[in-house]
Design a binder for this molecule. Structure first.
Ligand SMILES: [Zn+2]
Ligand SMILES: [Zn+2]
Length: 408
């Protein structure tokens, strides 16, 4: 640490000969900029600690002499962190800055630097946020859903109203911390007064004590309950999106503290028939070779459980996509309409044929000018895995198809 520390004079932006008054004014100027309670700087707390340490050393004649002579080594080897800040009245220094009487009211600079948590800020802590994962079907997404979910959480005890005191009695202000939840210890040492702040051991930071604890919550003021909570999920949501239900998380462990929030994360289950792409749906439909060639009236399912009709024109190629306008998913928050449904048709070649069907197809083959296919062609269509000339024929047939597709 000592090696990476910046020079104290440099930290405060003052010269070696600067007098106490100027050091104080330099510190106050920087403190105003980096005080963690008001600074937007990302490293405010670190910087504030740095300038405060520099000030603690340079404002003390003994420590300053030590530092001037031996540098950081002369300070670090000789003083503990607490020793360093001892005797510096930071609250007095920062008075008039509008920090609410120091460090969030009640805390001290020591708490901030020596693990008082959250920069020494005080006040009842907030309850925990909770997460709930809600599974939804695509049908529910399309309509939006109003449902109730079961959420296990810590709630304020209804028997005592969250006070922790047995009904009929009331909690007392903690006499050790006078309700602040923090205790400040002042020690007289040969070097002067030393103050340390920490969470009050008597009330655990609650600021209140209960002599006759509530039997339901055993004095904690909170109980675990599984609560049914109504959730209204708007149409059009997608996996990964969430709703925030303010104040529906856990109750604060402290009296008067704010509850946390409940986050409901949406997870949309895959649909057996439809694939989703944003607000659009994709449906794959099979088309027979005759339907593709002659055209057909195709009936397809839609997400609302109904059916829609598509006019497949004669000569439709496999892979063609038809659009059903407005049969997709509504856009979230009604930002204009509903997505579409796309129907992709896939032409399926029959894998088995009756005798009559084969006969007709063979006739058709002749009609197409494909010649003597009677013996070879049919077997080729049936057993592609057979090697030799039949395979060649099959391959040729495929190429002819592709060329035809390209010409059209
Ligand atoms: Zn209770
Ligand atoms: Zn207390």
């Amino acid at each position: 640490m000592a090696g990476s520390k910046r020079d104290y004079y440099e930290v405060l932006g003052v010269g070696k000969e600067t007098d106490q008054k100027e050091i104080k004014s330099a510190y106050r100027k920087l403190a105003l900029k980096y005080h963690p309670d008001r600074s937007q700087e990302p490293d405010a707390e670190e910087r504030f600690k740095e300038i405060s340490e520099a000030y603690a050393v340079l404002s003390d004649p003994d420590k300053r002499r030590q530092y001037d002579q031996f540098g950081h080594a002369g300070i670090d080897g000789r003083y503990s962190q607490e020793d360093l800040f001892r005797g510096v009245d930071f609250e007095d220094l920062l008075r008039g800055f509008g920090f609410g009487g120091g460090f969030g009211g009640g805390g001290s600079i020591f708490e901030m630097f020596f693990g008082g948590g959250r920069g020494g800020r005080r006040g009842p802590s907030r309850g925990r946020d909770l997460r709930y994962d809600l599974e939804m079907t695509l049908e529910e997404v399309a309509k939006g859903v109003e449902t109730s979910i079961e959420v296990p959480r810590m709630e304020a005890c209804s028997t005592c109203g969250g006070t922790g005191a047995k009904p009929g009695t009331s909690p007392q202000t903690c006499d050790q911390c006078q309700g602040s939840g923090q205790v400040t210890r002042v020690q007289k040492t040969p070097f002067g007064q030393m103050m340390t702040s920490s969470t009050c051991p008597k009330c655990g930071g609650r600021g209140q004590t209960v002599s006759d604890p509530c039997s339901e919550c055993r004095g904690s003021g909170r109980v675990r309950k599984t609560r049914r909570i109504n959730v209204k999920v708007p149409a059009g949501v997608d996996s990964g999106q969430h709703l925030r239900l303010g104040g529906q998380g856990e109750a604060s462990p402290d009296p008067g503290g704010e509850s946390g929030d409940l986050y409901v994360f949406v997870n949309v289950r895959p649909h057996p028939l439809f694939k989703r792409a944003d607000d659009d749906l994709l449906y794959e439909a099979d088309l027979s070779i005759t339907q593709a060639a002659l055209g057909a009236d195709l009936e397809v399912p839609t997400l609302d459980g109904m059916r829609a009709r598509i006019k497949v024109p004669p000569g439709t190629q496999s892979g063609s996509v038809f659009r059903l306008k407005g049969k997709g998913i509504p856009r979230l928050h009604g930002f204009g309409g509903t997505g579409d449904m796309h129907v992709r048709v896939n032409v399926k070649t029959p894998a088995t044929l009756t005798g009559r069907q084969r006969e007709l197809l063979e006739e058709l083959a002749v009609e197409f000018g494909e010649g003597e296919r009677e013996s070879k062609g049919t077997e080729g269509a049936r057993g592609k895995e057979k090697p030799g000339e039949k395979k060649e024929k099959g391959l040729l047939g495929k190429i002819v198809d592709e060329v035809k597709g390209a010409v059209q």
